[in-house]
Design a protein around this ligand. Structure first.
Ligand code: TRP
Ligand code: SF4
Length: 327
C-alpha cells in the first residue's frame, strides 16, 4: 500500500541537464516506490515567461518526457500528463484566483526574486503574478499529500497550503493540505562552478555527445588555487571532484583524493578519468533514449494514457469543487 499521492511538474523550457537529474529526477524516481506519483509537463507555467517565443515549449516537451523515462521514471508505476491537456486545471485556477488575496502573491519571495533575475524578460504580467495559483490548482486537483520540490519552490507550495485551507474554510473540506517534500539541492554545479543552468551556458545535458562531454569537462574549473601540476590540490573545494563522488568508484576516488593532495595526479588526467566515468554512467540513459526516439509513437501513447487517467481524476475533483462552491 502506498503512503499517499504526490504531484510535481516541470516547465518545458529546454533540455534536461545533470542539475535536473541529481536535483529532482532521481528523487522523483525513488519516490515512485512509496507514493502514487503524478508527474507532469507544466506547459502553461512555461508560457508565463516564454509567451513571446513559445516554440521552445513544444520543442522541449518530448525531449523531457523521453529523459524522464530514460532515467527510470516508469509510466507503468507513475502517471505522466501534460498540464494544458487537462483543461480542468484552468477552471480550478480561476476559482482559486477568486479567493487568493493579492498580498499573498505580492509577498512571495520566489516571485520577487524572479522579477529581479529575469529582468531581460517582461514578466510584469497578470499570469506571472498568478503563477503559484495555477500551481495550487495542479497540486490540489489530484488531492496530493506531498509535493517534492527544490527550495526555490517551497514558497509556492506554502501558498498552495494556504489556498487549500482557505477553500476548505469557505466551502467545506475538499482538499488535503499537502506537505512540502524538500529535495536536497544537488551538489553538482555547472562547469563554471555556478548553479547549473541552461541560461548560464554551464550545463552538461543528458543529450550531450561524448565529444561535447569531453569538451565541457576539459573547460571545467577545478581547485582554483592549483595553478601548476606540482602544486598540491584540495579535492574538497574542487568542483570536478564532486562529479567523481557521484560517478566514480570508491577505490578510484580515494586514489584521486590522495593523488591530488600530494600532487601525484594532475587535473588534466583527473578530468580525463571523470569524463570517462561520466560517459559510462550516462550510457544506460542514452541507450534507453535511443530506443524511445525510434518509437516516438509509443511515447505519445504513454502520454495520452496518462492524460486520460489524470483527466478522469480532475473531472471528479471538479464535480466536488463545483458542488462545494455551488456554481
Ligand atoms: N513551478 C515549478 C517549477 O518551476 C513547476 C510546477 C508547476 C510544479 N506546477 C507544479 C511543481 C506543481 C510542483 C507541483 O519547478
Ligand atoms: Fe580537482 Fe582532480 Fe585537479 Fe584535484 S586533481 S584539483 S580533484 S581536478
Amino acid at each position: 500500500m502506498k503512503k499517499g499521492k504526490i504531484v510535481s511538474g516541470m516547465r518545458p523550457t529546454g533540455k534536461m541537464h545533470l542539475g535536473h537529474l541529481h536535483g529532482a529526477l532521481l528523487n522523483w524516481k525513488n519516490l515512485q516506490e512509496e507514493y502514487q506519483c503524478f508527474y507532469f509537463i507544466a506547459d502553461w507555467h512555461a508560457l508565463t515567461s516564454e509567451y513571446a517565443h513559445p516554440d521552445i515549449i513544444r520543442e522541449s516537451m518530448y525531449d523531457i518526457i523521453i529523459d524522464w523515462i530514460s532515467i527510470g521514471l516508469d509510466p507503468e508505476v507513475s502517471t505522466f500528463f501534460i498540464q494544458s491537456e487537462i483543461k480542468e486545471h484552468a477552471e480550478l485556477y480561476l476559482l482559486f484566483s477568486m479567493i487568493t488575496p493579492l498580498s499573498w502573491l505580492e509577498r512571495n519571495p520566489t516571485y520577487k526574486e524572479q522579477l529581479r533575475e529575469l529582468s531581460q524578460k517582461d514578466i510584469y504580467t497578470y499570469g506571472f503574478l498568478g503563477y503559484p495559483v495555477l500551481q495550487a490548482a495542479d497540486i490540489l486537483m489530484y488531492k496530493a499529500n506531498g509535493v517534492p520540490v527544490g527550495e526555490d519552490q517551497a514558497p509556492h507550495v506554502e501558498l498552495t497550503r494556504e489556498i487549500a485551507r482557505r477553500f476548505n474554510h469557505l466551502y467545506g473540506e475538499v482538499f488535503p493540505v499537502p506537505d512540502v517534500l524538500l529535495t536536497p539541492t544537488s551538489k553538482l554545479l555547472g562547469i563554471d562552478r555556478r548553479k547549473m543552468s541552461k541560461s548560464y551556458g554551464n550545463a552538461i545535458f543528458l543529450t550531450d555527445t561524448d565529444k561535447e562531454i569531453d569538451a565541457k569537462v576539459g573547460e571545467m574549473i577545478t581547485d582554483p588555487q592549483r595553478a601548476r601540476k606540482t602544486d598540491p590540490g584540495d579535492p574538497d573545494i574542487c568542483n570536478l571532484f564532486s562529479y567523481h563522488e557521484i560517478y566514480t568508484d570508491d577505490e578510484t576516488i580515494e586514489n584521486i583524493r590522495s593523488g591530488c593532495r600530494s600532487a601525484q595526479i594532475g587535473c588534466v588526467e583527473c578530468k580525463r578519468m571523470m569524463a570517462s566515468t561520466l560517459k559510462t554512467g550516462l550510457e544506460p540513459i542514452r541507450a534507453k533514449r535511443k530506443d524511445l526516439e525510434a518509437d516516438i509513437d509509443r511515447v505519445k501513447e504513454i502520454m495520452e494514457e496518462g492524460n486520460r487517467k489524470s483527466r478522469t481524476i480532475a473531472r471528479k475533483t471538479m464535480e466536488e469543487v463545483r458542488d462545494a462552491v455551488k456554481i
